[in-house]
Design a protein around this ligand. Structure first.
Ligand SMILES: Nc1nc2c(c(=O)[nH]1)N[C@H]1C(S)=C(S)[C@@H](COP(=O)(O)O)O[C@H]1N2
Ligand SMILES: [Mo]
Length: 171
């Protein structure tokens, strides 16, 4: 009887260890500068879409002027999906987007930007990009700006072009 209890206790502890290890590994992934997808938060619900689910949406090619600290302003060709369509994919319909007051986008390094729901609904101009000049954006770890970078096409100093996006929330 005693042995049985002991075996059960060990089994429970082993399962806890596995769960904690798994959660820790997920966090490690984040702090190492790699994202696997984006968490979409609305009304207290979180839906995580992975890279494949996001890039399976309609692709849009667009040109935008990138202005970084390293290079001056330069026109680049991007490929991405509309942020609105990503929200729709996460079961947030246009009505729910319009009812919110703003959309907050967060990058792994703590950078946070805000968009108005009007901008998001407009149907052009607010993208989650994943390719620049035909190449993947890369990630924070390898000196890139992805896997996804939020691009607000009309921002003249790239100030809201949030790199390393891991979370989008409606507020
Ligand atoms: N995640 C993240 N995105 C960001 C920033 C940042 O610090 N972190 N800086 C913004 C600013 S102010 C500019 S001009 C562009 C280019 O910044 P970079 O020169 O640091 O690449 O990215 C924007 N997006
Ligand atoms: Mo900037």
């Amino acid at each position: 009887m005693k042995n049985k209890n002991l075996a059960a206790a060990i089994a429970v502890l082993a399962i806890f260890t596995l769960i904690l290890g798994y959660l820790n590994a997920k966090d490690l992934n984040k702090s190492s500068g790699e994202t696997v997808g984006i968490s979409i938060i609305s009304d207290g619900n979180t839906i995580t879409l992975n890279f494949e689910e996001i890039t399976a949406l309609n692709h849009h090619e667009f040109k935008a002027v990138e202005d970084t600290s390293g290079s001056g302003p330069a026109s680049r060709k991007y490929k991405g999906v509309l942020l609105r369509e990503v929200l729709n994919k996460a079961s947030i319909d246009n009505e729910a987007i319009t009812a919110a007051s703003k959309v907050i986008v967060k990058g792994l390094d703590g950078y946070v930007i805000a968009l108005s729901t009007d901008e998001v609904m407009e149907g052009k101009g607010i993208y989650l990009a994943f390719e620049k000049n035909g190449k993947p954006l890369g990630n924070m770890k390898n000196g890139g700006s992805g896997l996804f970078q939020l691009i607000a096409v009309t921002d003249s100093f790239s100030q809201r072009w949030c790199k390393y996006v891991f979370e989008v929330s409606l507020e």
